[in-house]
Design a protein around this ligand. Structure first.
Ligand SMILES: NC(=O)c1ccc[n+]([C@@H]2O[C@H](COP(=O)([O-])OP(=O)(O)OC[C@H]3O[C@@H](n4cnc5c(N)ncnc54)[C@H](OP(=O)(O)O)[C@@H]3O)[C@@H](O)[C@H]2O)c1
Length: 255
């Protein structure tokens, strides 16, 4: 029987690429997102090409009952999750005080709470199963405070630090946790977050190549990966300069 990967946010961008890569590597899939039409189209394409089983579950991760429903769906289909890819997420470009608070809170729910909820459930099952892999998609945004996208940047810092701690806690249980931090990637993210024209998005990486590097890092059990040409430099600089200064520069780049 094939191993199974559960991927959130598989209806577009990096999540869709993860679905292709996992299927190509022989994994059955559970794919989730809100856009059911996209998920069903992906299921048909992948099943036809790779002959793996693709289970579709549409849900809105900003609703706090959604993760329980995903877990129930996995149980009902007697699936064992070997890989969990917490990829779903979104950002929003605005000054915090002028922003729609409901949207910011939904972001916290999708980017943080649902990720925690899924990880708690499946990491415990992986302990019982004797192993597994968890890939959490953080961001280069995790390196600094990000004025005009304050909640998004803070949510990704949470994902990065939480993943590092969890990796340490699970290291003797044959479970790897990878925090993958890409720079700008050409997906729907920029348009949805209204940052497509920001200076920070002047150069975007190809989603398929980024997802491939993330998958490989996860397979190797790497804990923390900054991905992208200049990420090593951003990592170094944000350590060398005061946090208040990197926040100022990031606010400028966020436009
Ligand atoms: N693109 C970048 O520059 C970049 C850089 C660093 C990190 N990231 C991170 O990479 C991850 C993937 O984003 P992407 O770049 O591939 O953007 P994307 O093309 O917009 O994909 C985001 C995915 O998340 C899902 N999603 C969003 N809100 C959701 C909700 N309420 N409930 C369920 N699913 C939801 C979307 O599905 P539905 O809309 O169908 O629900 C979609 O499948 C995110 O965590 C993002 O923060 C992106």
């Amino acid at each position: 029987m094939n191993k199974t990967a559960l991927i959130t946010g598989a209806s577009s961008g990096l999540g869709r690429e993860f679905a292709w890569i996992c299927a190509e590597n022989g994994y059955d899939l559970v794919i989730t997102a809100r856009n059911l039409a996209n998920l069903n189209a992906l299921k048909s394409e992948i099943e036809a090409k790779f002959g793996v089983r693709v289970f579709v579950f549409d849900c809105d991760l900003s609703q706090n009952t959604s993760v329980d429903k995903i877990c129930e769906f996995v149980r009902e289909n007697s699936l064992k999750i070997d890989i969990l890819i917490n990829n779903a997420g979104f950002g929003d470009h605005d000054e915090f005080t002028k922003s729609d608070l409901k949207k910011q809170l939904e972001m916290v729910q999708v980017n943080i709470s649902s990720l925690l909820n899924l990880t708690h459930y499946f990491a415990n099952l992986m302990i019982i199963q004797g192993g597994g892999k968890i890939l959490n998609i953080a961001s280069a945004a995790s390196l600094t405070a990000g004025p005009k996208m304050s909640v998004y940047y803070a949510s990704k810092a949470f994902v990065r630090n939480f993943s590092l701690a969890l990796a340490e806690e699970l290291k003797d249980k044959n479970i790897s946790v990878t925090a993958f931090c890409p720079g700008p990637v050409a997906t729907n993210f920029g348009e949805r977050a209204n940052v497509k024209n920001a200076k920070i998005f002047a150069r975007s990486d190809d989603a398929s190549a980024v997802a491939k590097r993330a998958f490989e890092a996860m397979q190797k059990g790497k804990t923390l990966v900054y991905d992208g040409k200049f990420m090593w430099l951003a990592n170094l600089l944000t350590r060398l300069v005061p946090s208040t200064f990197s926040a100022k520069v990031t606010g400028y780049l966020n436009g």
